[in-house]
Write a protein that binds this ligand. Structure first.
Ligand code: SF4
Length: 553
């Protein structure tokens, strides 16, 4: 798509010239405050405000007509002001499930300022009825419907709903995001997207409902253009491929990675990459080596459960018939440390899952294990099954709590195992996983396994991490979590002596503990509160003198 053809399509749809200026205020809503991914204290240690940039909004910004002006405010790193609203002709917002409360707040705020609101993004697409107060709803992948929305706006319409046909967008025609709208110094890393969709069928996953099971990838040239744009804007450092599953379309990835490697070499490795992939990447030695050469250093993997029956039942078959810990070790051998997702509360958990899960986390040596309670997300196979079985809670798709996180608030359905047992299991896993000694033990293991030898060690000129000295960072970490000081210091000594190439990443994971340590305490307190509430509900009420007198009369 180019500007000419877009404007022409708008003109055709509107039956009139489209050249009216418009000021668009894009606001990225705040995430829930206590959230596994909301590691703002860690960000502050390196001078950033929040983990990452709003890729969806800057992707939409690139599709707007050239005479529309865009101002971007990320509520996770800055406040939106009255002046911002006064400037705007319309507000665009929207985000994920755990941005729901702030999105709804923003709609109200914009209306108080007399501005129409356009809402889009994954949560609005999955639960459009929750966003009925927005003036416009642009639902699904936006590329093929944005022209209709612009035409409607230019024709004077001030409300409406536009829904994309599912999985039809040809991402090889998607324009490069407007990276120029980002304030790079606000972010720990910048997101880019290579592909959408995932071929697997995990029952609890909303990705395959939103983006389909036939992954669609951009062309190598498109991706290199995006990276070049970031480079030309002066950005250096961590870039995250936000793909649902980077290896969803391996054929095209095998073509892209050699070009990415050549680009990195030609530019003296300005970026280091992270991404998300399914665990079967471990079986593909060649692909792992290509990722290593391209300078991938971190990977998110969904492990979910140590129980094979549970994995089969939840349709995560790619995780079965393998030694999960050994698969994770292969990623370490390829120079990538792993953050992994685990879930407690599946129907097939007949007895306690806690010990097996903790053992797997330890054996795999995963420092940052994201363990959460099962959540029936809107728009998933799981939710549809639970609804059919009459087990879904009435408000399952609404956030009601300002401070909570999916980790603590989930189990939004009637579980088969007693809820109390699941909560006890969950608490036990968190207690055993996130005490400083256990975290340090996994870091020690990672030191022995993470192979960063022959990878670029010097940070590129312009990378913000060059301004943060190791000792300064460590003293910041120890100030926040003094209880971990001795254990972490031992890890540092070990790493310096036995694997100095891994030192930067090990310290990075210690910095993450500044968030994960206190966060796990917060979640444990929430779980205790839930357990107490369950106990109160079944505890017989002590009879007072009046009740006793009545009973004896
Ligand atoms: S592998 Fe990940 S993205 Fe793919 S279906 Fe399963 S949970 Fe969803």
């Amino acid at each position: 798509m180019d500007w000419g053809s877009l404007d022409q399509r708008i003109d055709e749809a509107a039956g009139r010239p489209a050249l009216r200026d418009c000021n668009v205020l894009m606001i990225y809503p705040r995430f829930q405050a206590n959230n596994f991914w909301n590691y703002s204290e860690t960000c502050k240690l390196i001078g950033a405000h929040c983990p990452t940039s709003p890729l969806g909004l800057i992707t939409v910004a690139a599709m707007l007509p050239a005479n529309w002006n865009v101002r971007l405010v990320n509520r996770n790193s800055e406040d939106v002001t009255d002046e911002d609203f006064a400037w705007a002709d319309m507000v665009m917002t929207g985000g994920m499930f755990n941005q729901q409360l702030d999105t709804l707040r923003l709609i109200k705020l914009a209306h108080q300022q007399g501005k129409p609101v356009v809402v889009g993004g994954p949560d609005a697409t999955s639960s459009p009825h929750i966003y009925e107060t927005a003036d416009f709803r642009v639902l699904g992948e936006v590329e093929d419907i944005i022209a209709r929305f612009i035409a409607a706006w230019n024709a004077g319409e001030r409300c409406g709903s536009f829904t994309a046909e599912k999985f039809q967008v040809d991402v090889s025609k998607t324009l490069a995001p407007r990276f120029d709208l980002l304030k790079f110094d606000h972010y720990m890393y910048i997101g880019v997207q290579y592909s959408r969709g995932c071929p697997f069928t995990c029952e609890f996953c909303d990705i395959i409902e939103l983006y389909g099971r036939v992954p669609r990838a951009k062309t190598p040239q498109q991706m290199l253009t995006e990276l070049q744009a970031l480079y030309d804007l002066g950005y250096r450092g961590h870039v995250d491929f936000v793909d649902d599953n980077l290896i969803g379309n391996r054929k095209s990835l095998r073509i892209f990675l050699p070009e990415l490697i050549a680009w990195q070499q030609a530019h003296d490795y300005p970026f280091e990459f992270s991404t998300e992939a399914s665990v079967n990447l471990a079986d593909d030695h060649d692909l792992l080596q290509l990722m290593r050469k391209a300078n991938f250093f971190a990977l998110f993997v969904g492990i979910e459960s140590p129980d094979p029956e549970t994995l089969v039942h939840t349709r995560k078959k790619q995780n079965t018939r393998r030694n999960l810990a050994e698969s994770i070790h292969k990623f370490y051998g390829a120079g990538m440390y792993v953050t992994a997702g685990f879930i407690v509360g599946f129907d097939t958990e007949k007895v306690s899952i806690a010990d097996a899960m903790v053992e797997l986390i330890e054996e795999a040596a995963i420092p940052a294990a994201m363990v959460g309670l099962l959540c029936a997300l809107p728009n998933t196979q799981l939710t549809r099954r639970l609804e059919k079985e009459g087990r879904l809670h009435a408000d399952y798709e609404r956030w009601t709590d300002e401070t909570g996180d999916q980790c603590a608030l989930s189990l939004n359905f009637d579980s088969l195992r007693p809820e109390r047992d699941i909560l006890l299991d969950y608490r036990r896993i968190l207690e055993r996983t996130y005490n400083p000694a256990a975290y340090a033990r996994r870091l020690h293991e990672l030191v022995s396994k993470l192979n960063r030898a022959d990878r670029p060690t010097d940070l590129a000129e312009g990378n913000r991490l060059r301004n943060v000295g190791l000792l300064e960072l460590l003293s910041g970490i120890f100030r926040h979590v003094p209880e971990a000081r001795e254990e972490f210091w031992n890890v540092i000594q070990n790493c310096r002596q036995s694997n100095p190439h891994a030192l930067r990443y090990i310290v990075g994971l210690m910095a993450l503990y500044v968030h994960l340590g206190p966060f796990s305490c917060f979640v444990i307190a929430e779980i205790n509160r839930r357990i107490e509430a369950l106990d109160d509900a079944v505890r017989p009420v002590a009879a007072g003198p009046a009740e006793l007198a009545r009973a004896l009369a």
